[in-house]
Design a protein around this ligand. Structure first.
Ligand code: NAP
Length: 293
């Protein structure tokens, strides 16, 4: 089944990129890490977190990224509350199975528990949350395939897998691995994983870029090049980053925000196209992080 989530009645129309499974994936999505707690459940700000997700839906975001480990499952429960009563078919919901649940039966159990907490009948994208050298990769992938066969999961993917790990996982999987969720960050001191980006682009694996804003560094650690390019187009640092990331083949992005104005600002970045020279300058800045930051 192929859905087109472009045709919505939302205020803003969220554009999509095509996955190699044929499904459409929204260009931008919202993350929910820390909503409902980090690794333990936190119920202290439920109403605020639900309102933040609802605000994102009102602005026009259609992709929500969560994980079974976020708030020990409570993040998924908050997503369920925020989407209640809306049109499920207009949403693209990603969740993830944690590495302590990579055995065949555990993967099936985890997916079912996530579906129950999210109160949905299928997951649009189910990800392995990390690569674990001790994981039983063959049985993990068999379980992921079983979920696709059962119609409980539409697409499968991974997070932060290197090319050799992607190849090995694909070897055990009939269903295509369509997404690698990866950090993409001008503030990181480890530098970008260019080899993996290139491998994914060549093999038509979508990269969901996360931590674009350095988990808040954008607010207090100004990067002169972002400010300079922003001035030229009359856009903010965050909008420069989003326009740059989306200019790349096979890249979509997710970020977290509790602020409706930021959500609108980030969405408005879809209207801007950077020229090739500015994209190259930003690419060079990213590569330099390997040595300087
Ligand atoms: N697969 C993995 O291993 C993995 C790991 C980490 C994260 N993730 C996913 O990626 C998502 C995003 O990661 P993240 O939250 O760590 O980092 P992030 O998105 O880089 O940073 C979030 C911060 O950026 C700020 N922000 C958003 N828009 C802004 C704007 N226009 N101007 C200024 N600040 C802005 C937000 O503040 P305001 O609230 O003030 O807007 C928020 O504090 C997570 O929620 C999670 O779903 C996945």
């Amino acid at each position: 089944m192929k859905r087109n989530i472009k045709n919505t009645n939302l205020t803003n129309i969220m554009e999509t990129k095509k996955l190699k499974s044929g499904f459409e994936m929204p260009l931008l999505g919202i993350g929910t890490y820390t909503f409902g707690g980090e690794h333990d459940a936190d119920y202290s700000k439920d109403e605020e977190w639900i309102q933040a997700i609802k605000a994102a839906l009102e602005v026009g975001y259609t992709h929500i990224d969560t994980a079974e480990v976020y708030g020990d499952g409570h993040s998924e429960e908050l997503v369920a509350k925020a989407i209640e009563g809306g049109d499920r078919n207009k949403l693209f919901i990603t969740t993830k199975v944690y590495h302590n649940h990579f055995k065949y039966e555990d993967v099936l159990k985890s997916a079912n528990a996530s579906l129950k907490r999210l109160k949905i009948k299928y997951i649009d994208l189910y990800l392995l949350h990390s690569f674990d050298p001790n994981m039983p990769l063959k049985e993990t992938m068999e379980a992921m395939n079983k979920l696709v066969e059962m119609g409980l999961v539409k697409n499968i993917g991974v997070c932060n897998f290197k090319p050799s790990q992607l190849k090995e996982a694909q070897k055990y999987s009939k269903a295509k691995i369509v997404v690698n969720q990866m950090k993409f960050n001008l503030w990181a001191n480890t530098g970008p994983d260019v080899d993996t980006f290139t491998y994914c682009q060549k093999n038509d694996i979508m990269i969901t870029a996360y931590k674009l804003f350095g988990r808040d560094k954008i607010k207090y650690d100004k990067i002169p090049l972002l400010v300079e390019i922003g001035k030229k187009y009359n856009i903010t640092d965050a909008q420069v980053i989003i326009a740059w990331v989306l200019s790349k083949k096979n890249f979509v992005a997710i970020f977290t925000s509790m602020d409706k104005n930021h959500l609108k600002e980030d969405m408005a970045a879809l209207r801007f196209k950077l020229n090739e020279d500015d994209i190259r300058l930003l690419d060079n800045e990213l590569l330099m992080k390997r040595f300087n930051r």
